[in-house]
Write a protein that binds this ligand. Sequence first.
Ligand code: V1S
Ligand code: CA
Ligand code: ZN
Length: 332
Amino acid sequence: MSEILKNKIAYIYSDDLVTHCDKLPAMKNRASIVHDLVRNYNLLSQENIVVVKPRDATEDELKSFHSSDYIDLLKSLNSFDTSLDNIEDNHLEFGLGYDNVIIENVFDFASCLVGSSVSAARLLAAKKCKTVINWFGGWHHAQRDSAAGFCYVNDIVIAIQIMSKFFDKIIYVDLDIHHGDGVQNAFEYSSKILTLSFHKYSQGFFPNTGNIDDIGQSQGKYYTMNIPLKDGVCDKTYVDIFNEVFSMVIENFKAEALVVQCGGDGLIEDPLGQCNLTLKGLGECINKILKSDLPTLFLGGGGYNFPNTARLWAYLTSLILKTDLSNDIPDT
Ligand code: V1S
Ligand code: CA
Ligand code: ZN
């Protein structure tokens, strides 16, 4: 296995993973659109990529971050009849309501989703691959005992926990236009995991956290970084700030690995983000990250203009593979 993967970039994919993600109410069919575009640009037949089928996460892996109460509730709701309107107060307490309605087979979804990023993290930890892409992961809002902001479980935290057993220091970079609150909260007491989120920070914008003064706690003080941005932020501002901050962090923190959440909701025409980033701007950030030449896990995240999100992730895949996208645009 390791010989086959040597020097290759792993692309995490399974039919089950896409089928589960396609059913998410806020992102209906987005996973298929993304995967179809990546595949039809022939990116998966490049010689330096290998498609890896992930395994499901175990209950212990889910509970390595989430509380037993929360995971046991998801398990008990696995065969919940979603056609009946019988939401209980208990469900709302665990964040299962407005943004995170109870979906069919919610526990199976959670194990499949977390399993995708756990599998990715294990490839990096075992040094089988230096770069892994999982566009179906990146659910940064889920908290220890609740769902939040379309995120049912936090695959990112669980992947970082696994990687941190093998890499002494890790930088988590969150390019999604929302604040990466769930990941920040999980590591705010740690000096080994530096979290860095770029996000829109304006009155009423979800999740309303990520002030520049939030810098971590206790031993983790100065290892939480927040870059709040104004409504409508454009490439020039975003990329200039990113370049300056990322260079400074790379020079001073001496990380051994990176985890990058590449949410596409900062792109122009995104109905939730309402900002003005382009593929070129986010691509420049990714190129800068690639220059650091560290083991890296690239994840998806938000992105509510589905065709544009698919364009972004197909383009980022081409940058990671160091190949040009064909001028023949696939029908998909
Ligand atoms: N912005 C926004 C938004 N839109 C929705 C939404 C829309 C239609 C629905 F049928 C259900 C929900 N929810 C929100 C935000 C959550 C945004 C999550 C972003 C996720 C990510 O891209 O970062 C990563 C995947 N939720 C809210 O604004 C929460 C409320 C605060 C709004 C008001 N209501 C009444 C309570 C919850
Ligand atoms: Ca962010
Ligand atoms: Zn987002």
